[in-house]
Design a protein around this ligand. Structure first.
Ligand SMILES: [Zn+2]
Length: 309
């Protein structure tokens, strides 16, 4: 049995912001919101930690607009997002509004980098084409499921790919348009992926049990979160990723991507998720907690942050 992972608690959480990050590189952190709705207080709290950590380490903070999923984001949320962040007191030194040495900072303008990463994974034999629909997967899955609700892929196309590959049928076209298949990363079944999180301590996830083969490129031509995130964090020379604890298992997936691409992962710092009175995660459906609504109600950023330290 593996030791149970430590829970990320709120106790002394904010103090940790000031614990020095122990890398020799100059600290570079990032805020990476998706314009799928108005920012809410839960996001702001995690972002605030990212900002505190960048400031405490005399580092740079990057704003990256994660606007890849055009089925979910709306253009009008981008200026609103920037306005809300500024109102709340966020200060970034590089971003879509102010530029910087690693521009562009809108993911929708960075497709070349994602194509390059995908091609590298394909050439290395780390990924295979998958033609399963969500429905197919649901039907085939019987085993207990991953912690983050992503179904553990039952391996249907992995087995097909092994008997058929390699051939040229699945070459990545120079411009990836909508296709009938996605690309999936083959995880090393049974291997424990461990890392030490700056906030949550040692983490261990077993490939094939806690998470399965994951999509790196969707059938609709959009790079998946895992791939885009890794490609950008590398390109933007991010030294520490601060994000919500719901992404701990994604970090294990991303560590496998770093390894396959021959890259060194950054440090990770996962913040506890903020729950409401009912123990439910603060999510976008809590409209009352959008920064916009709170501002209109006369709240100030200082009043909203007053219990955070
Ligand atoms: Zn499949």
């Amino acid at each position: 049995m593996l030791p149970k992972r430590k829970l990320c608690s709120f106790a002394s959480w904010w103090l940790i912001a000031f614990v020095n990050y122990s890398a020799t590189q100059k600290y570079r952190g990032r805020l990476a919101p998706s314009p799928t709705g108005y920012l809410h207080l839960g996001h702001a709290r995690t972002f605030w930690m990212a900002q505190l950590r960048a400031k405490a380490n005399g580092g740079t903070l990057v704003l990256r607009n994660e606007d890849l999923d055009s089925t979910r984001f709306k253009m009008e949320f981008v200026p609103a997002m920037i306005e809300d962040l500024r109102w709340f007191g966020f200060e970034w030194q590089e971003g879509p509004d102010c530029g910087g040495p690693f521009a562009p900072y809108n993911q929708s303008e960075r497709m070349n980098a994602y194509h390059a990463a995908l091609e590298k994974l394909r050439a290395g034999g780390f990924i295979y084409p998958c033609t399963c629909s969500r429905k197919d997967i649901r039907r085939a899955v019987r085993a207990p499921q991953a912690e983050d609700d992503e179904l553990i892929y039952p391996g249907t196309c992995r087995n097909n790919a092994e008997s058929r590959m390699p051939n040229d049928e699945w070459q990545i076209p120079s411009v990836i348009r909508h296709s009938s298949f996605s690309w999936r990363f083959r995880v090393p079944d049974g291997e424990t992926i461990s890392f030490v999180d700056g906030n949550c301590g040692e983490q261990r996830f077993v490939a094939g049990k806690d998470f399965g083969d994951f999509v790196v490129w969707r059938g609709d031509g959009v790079p998946a979160y895992q791939l885009a995130c890794v490609a950008d964090d590398v390109a933007m020379q991010i030294t520490e990723v601060v994000r919500g604890a719901d992404l701990l298992v994604s970090t294990a997936r991303q560590i496998l991507l770093y390894r396959a691409l021959g890259l060194t992962p950054p440090a990770f710092f996962h913040c506890p998720l903020w729950l409401d009175e009912a123990g439910k995660r603060l999510a976008k459906r809590h409209d009352a907690l959008s920064l916009r609504t709170l501002r209109a109600r006369g709240e100030t950023p200082e009043s909203l942050r007053q219990n955070w330290l």
